[in-house]
Design a protein around this ligand. Structure first.
Ligand code: LLP
Length: 386
């Protein structure tokens, strides 16, 4: 064991693989529960899309969170991990009929609906089963988040949600339908948000909308403000647990929650991001014309974020203590975007060294692909290895 990693155990395993530090995960869940308890009417669902590793999911379920799912596959994964159907919400801009039917069969808590055509299909399918489906409308609040363009979702140019202008019409349409029950409003402005000002902008917008609705005698039981809280990719050790205190306090202070309402959150990255690390082995150190390459056995197929979003993941050579040198750290995939980082300082690298790519618990393993006929990386928890 060097530092926080069981290196001897790592050497016995085939690389690359994901390693989940369960203590970090449990500590994170404990902080969420502690902060939420201050406010009473806050309810947190975990966004399964961030990481659906079965062991990770079970621990989150034990931690008491609900599940926010965006596909039939995620609903199945959540049910398998023991989440109660009554704690599952189903979101997503394109739900297939069989996925809606699955949600109806399980009697999940709520469908987050993104268009009138979708509402009509849910009403129709629920009628065919003699059921009434709870629905919330995802409203596009036209609030920009200061984050990467590919992960901002709350602008009117994005495909998500129903525009504020159309909201009244959708609510009226729902009233006419006998097999849907309108219970809430849903929002989500983007991901990896560290500026609380973005969430304040969302709260202001929700307050405005609520005033408008109440003027029409429309009262909504549940407000769901989505997810989006970011993590500190630069300092995974120092800032292992995101600032949930500031996050929940922002909503408690800014959102005018009515006495009869519950406030829902759908957090993904902030729950699982810091507990996960991608462990990979150095295949070769190659001297280029004017730089050195560290060629890993992990590539963009195992961790797509750097190639797709130019995302930064802190890298550490966990098997060398020799003075640092600069390397371009790359994978084996036949794409020039298969680069984890350029001019990265690492303790001197040798063939066979283990490189840890930190803060990879969210949108890491779950976004892996089999491109180049590669095997999907496995995921191990600290409880299995230590
Ligand atoms: N709710 C909705 C409706 C969402 O679309 C998302 C994420 C979440 C909740 C959870 O957001 P979080 O708390 O994790 O920020 N693959 C990208 C992130 C895509 C996020 C998609 N939606 C990445 O690797 O950065």
């Amino acid at each position: 064991m060097k530092g926080i990693f069981p290196i001897d155990k790592f050497r016995e395993l085939r690389t690359p693989f994901y390693y989940y530090d369960i203590k970090v995960l449990r500590d994170t869940l404990a902080v969420i529960n502690k902060e939420v308890a201050r406010y009473g009417r806050f309810d947190v669902h975990y966004a399964v899309k961030a990481n659906a590793n079965p062991k990770v999911l079970s621990i989150i379920r034990e931690g008491g969170l609900g599940a926010d799912c965006v596909s039939g596959g995620e609903i199945r994964a959540a049910i398998k991990a023991g989440f109660l159907a009554q704690k599952i919400v189903f979101a997503g801009v394109g739900k297939a009929d069989w996925e809606i039917e699955l949600g109806l069969d399980y009697d999940i808590f709520c469908f987050n609906v993104e268009s009138v055509p979708e509402l009509e299909i849910i009403n129709e399918l629920a009628a065919s089963k003699g059921k009434v489906a709870n629905v919330a409308f995802r409203i596009n609040p036209d609030v920009g988040a200061h984050t990467h363009a590919k992960i901002t979702t709350g602008l009117s140019e994005n495909k998500f949600g129903i525009s504020m202008e159309d909201m009244d019409g959708v609510i009226d349409a729902a009233k006419e339908m006998n097999h849907v029950n309108f219970i809430g409003l849903h929002f989500h402005i983007g991901s990896q948000i560290l500026d609380m000002g973005d969430f304040i902008a969302l709260c202001n917008r929700v307050n405005e909308l609520q005033d408008k609705l109440e003027a029409r005698q429309i009262f909504v039981k549940h407000i769901n403000v989505g997810g989006g809280l970011g993590i500190d990719y630069q300092h995974p050790n120092r800032q292992a647990i995101p600032d949930f205190k500031a996050y929940f306090a922002t909503f408690a202070g800014q959102l005018k929650l009515r006495p009869y309402q519950t406030l829902h959150f759908e957090l993904g990255r902030s729950v699982v991001g810091q507990c996960g690390t991608l462990i990979s082995k150095v295949l070769y150190v190659k001297q280029g014309t004017n730089k050195k390459f560290a060629i890993l056995d992990a590539g963009m197929t195992d961790l797509l974020r750097p190639a797709l979003y130019q995302a930064y993941h802190k890298m550490e050579n966990i098997t060398s203590e020799e003075p640092v040198q600069a390397y371009d750290v790359v994978g084996p995939i036949c794409e020039s975007s298969d680069v984890f980082g350029k001019a990265i300082d690492l303790n001197k690298v040798h063939r066979g060294d283990l490189i840890a790519l930190r803060s990879a618990g969210a949108y890491g393993e779950i976004m892996a692909s089999g491109y180049n006929c590669r095997e999907l990386p496995k995921g191990y928890t600290s409880e299995e290895l230590i």
